[in-house]
Design a protein around this ligand. Structure first.
Ligand code: GDP
Ligand code: MG
Length: 262
C-alpha cells in the first residue's frame, strides 16, 4: 500500500493548492434533515467522475447507516468508498467539537484509496446551528431547501452565515410552497455578503417553473432552467475551492484495490 502523507487540514480553502504529497480534499455538507444533502451527493458523484476526479463519501446518521446504504445500493460509486459514522444523539459534536470518528473514517478511505481527489462528508441531521470543524474539512457547504420556508436565510444560523457555500435546494418546489425563489436567493446573498449562494434542484426530472437566477457574487452567473438545474455551478465552486483539477498532482502507483465503480 502506498504511504499517504497526511498533512494537517488547511484551516481554510486558500491553502489547499500546495499539492505534492497532500491527500484528497475533504469537504463537508451540512444542513437540516431532508434538505437534499444525500441527493446532492448523488449528483456530485457522476459529475466529478466525468471530470476525472475520484471521490469517496462519509455519511453520518444518528443511529443507523441509512444514507451510506442508500449510496452503496445506488450503483453510482464503489460501495467500498462509502463509510458510515453513527453520530449518536448529537450530530453536531461529531463534525465540530469532537470530529474524531469522522476524521478516522476519512483517514481510512484515504489509506485504502490513495488516488482519491475528494472525500465528501455528509453530516447527520442538523438544525441551522451546525458548522464543520476545519480540523475535519477544508471547505463546507450548507444545504437548505425552499420548502422549509422563505424565512430560513433570515434566521441567520451559523450554517447559513459561516458556510463557504450556501445551497438553496428544491428550487423546483418554490411555486408549490408559495416561495419566491428569486427573493429567497437575493435575501440569502445579501445576508452572506461575499460568500457564495447557489440555487439548485438536485432531484433529476423535477420541473422548474421559472424564476431564480443563479447569478451573483462569485457564482459564475447563469439561470436555472430546464437544461440547467444548478448542480454544475456547485461542482464548479467545489473544483475552484479545493480541487484545482487543471493542476492535478501526479497520481501515486495504484494497487489492485483501486478498481472504481465507474
Ligand atoms: N422536488 C425535489 N425534491 C428533492 C430535491 N432534492 C432532494 N429531494 C427529495 O427530498 C427528500 C430528502 O432528500 P435527502 O437527500 O434524503 O435529504 P437529506 O436528509 O438532506 O440527505 C428526498 O425525498 C429527495 O428525493 C429537489 O431538488 N427537488
Ligand atoms: Mg442524507
Amino acid at each position: 500500500m502506498n504511504e499517504v502523507v497526511h498533512l494537517p487540514r488547511a484551516g481554510g480553502s486558500a491553502d489547499v493548492s500546495i499539492g505534492g504529497a497532500r491527500g484528497p480534499a475533504r469537504i463537508g455538507i451540512g444542513g437540516p434533515v431532508g434538505s437534499g444533502k444525500t441527493a446532492l451527493i448523488e449528483r456530485l458523484i457522476p459529475a466529478f467522475h466525468a471530470r476525472g476526479a475520484e471521490l469517496a463519501v462519509v455519511t453520518n446518521d444518528l443511529v443507523t447507516k441509512e444514507d451510506a446504504e442508500r449510496l452503496k445500493r445506488g450503483g453510482l460509486i464503489d460501495p467500498a468508498r462509502v463509510r458510515a459514522v453513527e453520530a449518536g444523539a448529537c450530530p453536531h459534536t461529531v463534525i465540530r467539537e469532537d470530529p474524531t470518528l469522522n476524521i478516522t473514517a476519512a483517514d481510512e478511505l484515504e489509506a485504502d484509496f490513495p488516488t482519491l481527489d475528494l472525500i465528501v462528508i455528509e453530516s447527520g441531521g442538523d438544525n441551522l446551528a451546525s458548522t464543520f470543524s476545519l480540523d475535519l474539512v477544508d471547505w463546507w457547504m450548507f444545504v437548505i431547501d425552499v420548502a422549509q420556508g422563505d424565512d430560513i436565510p433570515r434566521k441567520r444560523g451559523p450554517g447559513i452565515l459561516q458556510s463557504d457555500l450556501l445551497v438553496i435546494n428544491k428550487i423546483d418546489l418554490a411555486p408549490h410552497v408559495g416561495v419566491d425563489a428569486d427573493a429567497i436567493l437575493a435575501e440569502a446573498r445579501a445576508i452572506r455578503g461575499e460568500k457564495a449562494t447557489l440555487a439548485c434542484r438536485c432531484r433529476p426530472g423535477g420541473t422548474w417553473l421559472g424564476g431564480a437566477g443563479t447569478g451573483g457574487a462569485g457564482t459564475g452567473g447563469g439561470r436555472i432552467g430546464d437544461t440547467d438545474d444548478g448542480v454544475d455551478a456547485i461542482v464548479d465552486a467545489i473544483d475552484r475551492a479545493v480541487l484545482f483539477l487543471g493542476e492535478r498532482r501526479p497520481i501515486p502507483d495504484a494497487g489492485p484495490d483501486m478498481e472504481t465503480a465507474r
